[in-house]
Ligand binder design. Sequence first.
Ligand code: DGL
Length: 266
Amino acid sequence: MNRAPIGIFDSGIGGLTVARAIYERLPHESTIYFGDTARVPYGPKSPDTVRRYSLEILHWLLDQGVKAVVIACNTSTAHALEALQAAAPVPVIGVIEPGARAAVSAMRGGPIGVIGTAGTIASNAYARAIQSAKPGAAVEQRACPLFVPLVEEGWFDHPAAELIAAEYLEPMKRARVDVMVLGCTHYPLLKPLLQRTLGPDIRLIDSGEETAALVQGALRSSGLGAPPGATPEHRFVVSDDEARFRQVGSRFIGERLGKAEVVALG
Ligand code: DGL
């Protein structure tokens, strides 16, 4: 079991930011990444639909013999974490609790900002996780759906991105947040733009990096870590459009992205 891969899944390409954080922190672990590129985006879909898609992916990953599952997608974590944990015989780790906990540790008295897809923000999952770690903490939330296509276009510094960021983040500035969670797989690629928009004093929390740290701890405590020195294998699987996944995905992950298999679900 120790040599079995970790399953990582997302609605599409964005979860590669979480995969990259896992490769960096756990260089001996093998992974299978599933991107549901046929059904992306999950952000505007109903909780029931996202839960159904997520369960289909979970069962496919379990059939591949994974030893743990990481839900890299914030929207899927918001709507489906409990359902997947109840259905899986292996640990299932989502991105929201690690991001929320890191935000609470970094807060300096002001409110905590959270940005994400429409579904993640409407679910209130980050606010609940933050308030269970720090009862009474003030949370300022904002859905920023246009950031996802901007990132996929590679418009990190485009004037349109500057304008949209200024508009979306105005309430964060007004509320004087001092820490803000990047509650969507795509947002870490906008970090320089977000930091410029909000100013240097606001700490940005990357849920993906925090999740990789939690996965490391979970493997260690369950004795499921790969043997030291094991050579990792990384498999990429998508439900559609392999060519675009490779092209845009390389922006998210760099050299590591090889050929992806195509598997249709549902
Ligand atoms: N992966 C999604 C998330 O982190 C963003 C893209 C989508 O809407 O599917 O919420």
